[in-house]
Design a protein around this ligand. Sequence first.
Ligand SMILES: [Zn+2]
Length: 182
Amino acid sequence: MNFCPQCGQALEERQIDGHPRKCCPDKACASIAWNNPTPVIAVLVEYEGKVLLARNAAWKEGMFSVITGYLEAGETPEECALRELGEELGLSGRIVSTIGHYAFPQKNQLILAFHVEAEGEIRLNEELVEFRLVPREKLKPWNFGTGLAVRDWLIQQGLPAGFLQFPPPTLATIETESSTGA
Ligand SMILES: [Zn+2]
């Protein structure tokens, strides 16, 4: 953000409580862009006994993730999870459990993750280009972002949960063993 959302003046960087903040120089306005993390809902979708991972249209081939979406105003995280399930996959479902919450500083987000059991006929929306149904024991979580939720879910299921030993890429994605063509 470079301009004040209140009055439109160019913002200046200042130190406030030890953090660099973008501040409006107008004395009367004095607006501050706090840059707080954005809540993102992650949905680990169980479908016909497998975990559904999808590839975003912007991601390279072989990179898959659980479903994610932004919370809408007035919506609970659980409502958001079920709405995203419908919008992105065309499925209905129920919340099985809360998996956990995860800081994702690379994207300035806070991830709230849920396990959902889903049913219906899968119809991807335009954000997604393909999906995989992955047996739980084949999941290979990244060591950041939504991968942390997948790791915790595997532990909650009593399964071993090793991270992929990759340098962290910039997206919260999960690569599966099957995605390498094996
Ligand atoms: Zn201003």
